[in-house]
Structure formats: structure tokens, C-alpha cells
Design a protein. Structure first.
Length: 572
């Protein structure tokens, strides 16, 4: 085990950092990579070891020194348990998922899962990518693992892969594996290349297989019959009760979850609170029984005003979709892995942003994975806390997964505090993560706004998409390129002004696969010389870190309270 601590000055503040590297002899012999932990996770694990052995300051060690500990065989099991107890879970966490031979994934592709550490969004894994690249297949891989691990609850949940789901160029058929903390792996694999049937089991270091977390999977098509009956299972894992997953089937078992909510006032209050938070208004609903010629049927009864109701047939698709999502979240424990495909479907953009806040809050002590086309669900605050970003894309005819490096994400996350260039990682910039390829990275917002005009003036049609509103300065272009490279964007052009030749050459050497060039001028537009301006006394100090004068706090609070009172007042 190696522990590295450092302190750097970021602006006017000192920022401390911790990196913990754990690589057991068994893992080294088997060819497994070392486990890396940052920040709070590193501190939690390190706290499981006596200070005289593992907490030595790096200045006391020669570079590359290792701190060894006896009884290595029992160590890993114990420190993982210590970590899980700190963040609310006593079951192993899901470390990663690998898939091979399933539809477009001819070769093995691996996904690294975020680990919750108690901060908002730390347990969130965000999967992005264009259409038809393999995101749904990756979601179905989670669903297959869920059906296997939930088999004790639902004995009929066998997993088979029909001929159309198996990649014919993968000689050994399908293999999907989930790896957990402590090194245990649960795998589903084809019994042969020419059969739909599978075998599954655990691979451990000789110990008993762990009790896995509960998997709750939510598909993108979320519908149920407007009229329904009683019966069925109300378990959170009800979605994996059927033997085979189908994208197009109605999720009629959802009515059992609604009955379970309706019968328990505490559960319904908890659920309705979440629903109100996302919608911005309270939805009054209940379950009622309709009369019928051949027997009654139940339906959702939704209040539309004083003594006015409508049935579940009148609910919009966005509301129905949200019922499924929040129903999966509201009673999810820290020992639950929640996987949601396209949570933004049919939702108003404001509701999507509110849902993002809810997802980040729940992901503080739970593992939540979302597959999304919405930039509004990519939160750099969550990423700074530990959320992971992965991109599914096509490499030739094959699906592949690229994952942003944590060090790169940390550098990009620092840009979110810039008040001069808040758009550098804003909504427009986040949209580029969803593009297939072909990006143009420019220095600033003037360049992003005016280069298309320049191209029009000289009769050239740009063949790519401009990254957001620029990188926020020539010094940030390297950071943006590092992010795009870690996500395996293949064709990226960086265009500088021609007054920074040393910077351009350094970037060319660092990113040989990208085009790095300059415009034939020192700026995209001619700028007049500016005379010195007089100082203005603002609310914040010159570093925008605190109020300039403490006496400004009360009048500022009055103004903001006035704004809130106006916005939150009922409509007349």
C-alpha cells in the first residue's frame, strides 16, 4: 500500500489531496491492476490501518517505497467492510461491469462505477453517447446481472441470449461480469457460441461468495395499463421478476408497487414529497375502483381541481415515466444499485434539472447509474465529488466504452468556479459530450461566436461542431483536449490565435493525434485599446470569495427574500 498526501495553493486557498494505492500480492500475481482511491475514500480506507504502519507522511519514505502489512489475506476483506460502513452500506459495492459478445460489443468493454463517499453525486455514474452506439445494450447488461443476482427472489429469472443478441464475430459467445469490492466476480457466459443458454457463477479468492447489493433496473420504456387489477409483487426488484427482458412490453407489475405505496401513509408521504420536488407542484393522486359490466378495475385517480378528477388515462407520459423513476428511488437503501435508462424522457427541461438534484442527493450513499442524452443531467459539482463519466461510441463496427480519467475530471471541475467564464463547462459545452465526433476547440467566446462568421466570409463550411463557447482562454485548451482524448474522441481540432507559438507547439506534442493550428492573426477580431476604468465597489471582494463588507449581508438578504417571496407567491 502506498499513501501520497500533498498540499497546493489554488488561488488564495490551500488545497490538500490524498491518493491511496492498494495492490495486493494476489492481485499482482493474477495480473489485476491496483486499486486507486482519492480524497475522502482514501482517508476512510487508510483509517482502517494502524497509524504507525500506514499513515506515514511521504517525506519519511523514499520515492516508490511500499508499506507492507502482515496477514494480507484478511486485510482486503476487512478494509472494504470498514469503508462500506462509513458510507452506510455493509454489502460489497459494485466496482465495475464488463461485457463481451453482446450485440455490438464484440471485444470486452469495461465500465468503472462511481463509489459513494457521502457527498452529493459521488455515487453517480453517467453514461453518454450518440444513438445506436450500444448504450441500451450496456443497460441490458446491467439488467442481465440483476436477473442473475435477484434469482433467489425470482427463481424464474434465467438469462438467455437469442441469436440476434449474440455478436457472431465473438467466437466464445456472450460474457457479462460484475466485479465487487473485495475482488469477487459474478459472471454470466454463453455455454457455447451456437446456443442461447448461459451458465453463471461466482469467482472469488476461495472465500464464500458475498451477499450482493440489490439491483433495481428501470428501462427507458415506462408504461403500464391505465386499468389494472390487484396482485403481483411489491418488491423493489419486481422489474426482474419475468424471465426475459423485452423493450416493448407493458410494465403492468408496476401497479403492485402503487398499491404498496397507497396502503402505507409514511411511504406515500415520502414518495409524494419527491414527486412534488421534481414537478414543482403537488400531484394529488389515489387509487380508485371503477364499475364495469364484467367486474371492476382499478385506476389512478388524479385531482385536477376542486371536485374534478381524471383517470390515469389522462396522465402525460412524462408523469408516468417519473412515477417509475421516483418509485425506484424513494425506498432504495444504501445497499441498492439503481440503473435508469434515459430518465429525462418526456420531462420538461425544468423537471429534468430538478430530477438531477434528486439523483445527486440519493447518490451520496447509493450507487446510481444513468444512461442519458440530456446535458442537464451531467453535473460538474457531482463529478468533482466523485461521479464518473463514460462514453459509449462506435469504433468501426464495434461498440466500445471510454471513461474519463479522474485526474482529468478534477482539472476540468476546477473551471466550474470561474465567474469570468462560467460557460466553459456550461450546458453548451456539456452537449459536446453527446456528439459522435468532429469537434473544434477554440480559445474563448469571441472565437466561438465569430469563427463561423469568418468561415462564411471566406466561403468555407465548417465540418465540425464548436466546443461550447470556447475553452475560456488559451490556457484551458489543453484541459479540454485531455477530457476529449480520455473519452476517445478521435477527430478534434484546436485552433489558437497566432500570438502563442510556444503554447501551440507544446499542445501539438501532447496531442499528436489531434489537429492543433492557428488563425493568421493575433485575435479573431480587432479590439480597440481600453483606458483604465475607475474602481467600482461591489457586493463581493476582488477575488469574489466573500462579501466586501459584512454590513452588506442584511440588505442583500432582504433583496433575495423579496425575490423568493414574489416567485413563490400563489397565482391569482
Amino acid at each position: 500500500m502506498i499513501k501520497v498526501e500533498w498540499s497546493v495553493v489554488d488561488g488564495n486557498a490551500a488545497v490538500d489531496g490524498t491518493l491511496l494505492v492498494i495492490w495486493t500480492a494476489r492481485d499482482r500475481r493474477s495480473g489485476k491492476r491496483p486499486n486507486l482511491f482519492w480524497g475522502r475514500s482514501a482517508a476512510i480506507i487508510a483509517s482502517a490501518f494502524p497509524g504507525d504502519i500506514s499513515l506515514a507522511h511521504p517525506t519519511l519514505l523514499a520515492p516508490g517505497s511500499r508499506v507492507r502489512r502482515a496477514r494480507e489475506r484478511t486485510r482486503s476483506r476487512w478494509f472494504w467492510r470498514k469503508q462500506q460502513m462509513e458510507v452506510g452500506s455493509q454489502r460489497p459495492r459494485l466496482v465495475g461491469l464488463s461485457v463481451r459478445g453482446f450485440r455490438g460489443f464484440r471485444e470486452t468493454a469495461e465500465l468503472r462505477l462511481a463509489m459513494p463517499n457521502g457527498t452529493p453525486g459521488s455515487g453517480l455514474t453517467i453514461i453518454v453517447g450518440a444513438n445506436n452506439v450500444g448504450k441500451s445494450t450496456l443497460w441490458e447488461s446491467f439488467d442481465a446481472i440483476a436477473r442473475r443476482l435477484n434469482a433467489e427472489r425470482w427463481p424464474t429469472s434465467d438469462v438467455s441470449f437469442s441469436e440476434g443478441k449474440r455478436n457472431r464475430r465473438a467466437p466464445n459467445g456472450v460474457r457479462i461480469a460484475a466485479t465487487f469490492t473485495g475482488g469477487a466476480e459474478c459472471a454470466i457466459e454463453s455455454m457455447g457460441p451456437d446456443t442461447s443458454e448461459t451458465r453463471s457463477g461466482w469467482e472469488t479468492d476461495g472465500s464464500e461468495p458475498p451477499t450482493p447489493p440489490t439491483f433495481v433496473v428501470v428501462p427507458s420504456r415506462r408504461q403500464f395499463q391505465a386499468r389494472f387489477g390487484r396482485g403481483g409483487q411489491s418488491s423493489p426488484t419486481w422489474m426482474t421478476a419475468s424471465g426475459e427482458f423485452s423493450r416493448y412490453q407493458m410494465r403492468d407489475g408496476f401497479s403492485s408497487r402503487l398499491f404498496d405505496l397507497h396502503a402505507d401513509e409514511a411511504k406515500k408521504r415520502s414518495f409524494d414529497k419527491l414527486l412534488t420536488e421534481v414537478l414543482g407542484t403537488r400531484l394529488e393522486w389515489s387509487i380508485d375502483l371503477a364499475d364495469g359490466d364484467h367486474g371492476g378495475s382499478y385506476y389512478l385517480k388524479v385531482a385536477a381541481g376542486a371536485d374534478t378528477y381524471y383517470s390515469s388515462e389522462g396522465l402525460g407520459e412524462g408523469i408516468i415515466s417519473l412515477l417509475f423513476i421516483l418509485n425506484a428511488l424513494y425506498d432504495a437503501t444504501p445497499e441498492t444499485v439503481v440503473v435508469i435508462d434515459e430518465p429525462e424522457l418526456s420531462l420538461h427541461p425544468q423537471a429534468v434539472r430538478r430530477l438531477g438534484v434528486v439523483l445527486a442527493r440519493f447518490a451520496s450513499d447509493r450507487q446510481i447509474t444513468i444512461f442519458t442524452h440530456s446535458p442537464a443531467l451531467v453535473s460538474w459539482d457531482a463529478i468533482a465529488n466523485g461521479a464518473e463519466v463514460a462514453r459509449v461510441y462506435k469504433r468501426g463496427h464495434d461498440s466500445a466504452i471510454a471513461q474519463a480519467d479522474r485526474a482529468v475530471l478534477a482539472e476540468i471541475s476546477k473551471l466550474r468556479g470561474s465567474w469570468n467564464n462560467p460557460h466553459v463547462i456550461g450546458l453548451d459545452a456539456k452537449e459536446t459530450l453527446f456528439l459522435e465526433d468532429g469537434l473544434i476547440v477554440l480559445e474563448g467566446q469571441d472565437d466561438a461566436a465569430l469563427l463561423p462568421r469568418v468561415a462564411e466570409l471566406v466561403g468555407v463550411e465548417l465540418g465540425g461542431s464548436v466546443y461550447g463557447w470556447g475553452a475560456g482562454g488559451e490556457g484551458n485548451i489543453e484541459k479540454v483536449l485531455a477530457l476529449l482524448k480520455s473519452l476517445d474522441f478521435a477527430r478534434v481540432a484546436a485552433v489558437f490565435d497566432n500570438n502563442v507559438p510556444e503554447k501551440v507547439e507544446r499542445v501539438r506534442r501532447a496531442f499528436p493525434g489531434y489537429l492543433v493550428t492557428t488563425i493568421p492573426a493575433a485575435d479573431v477580431r480587432t479590439k480597440r485599446a481600453e483606458s483604465a476604468r475607475e474602481e467600482k465597489a461591489g457586493l463581493l471582494d476582488k477575488n469574489a470569495r466573500r462579501l466586501r463588507d459584512p454590513e452588506l449581508a442584511e440588505p442583500t438578504r432582504v433583496v433575495l427574500d423579496e425575490v423568493n417571496a414574489y416567485l413563490n407567491s400563489p397565482n391569482e
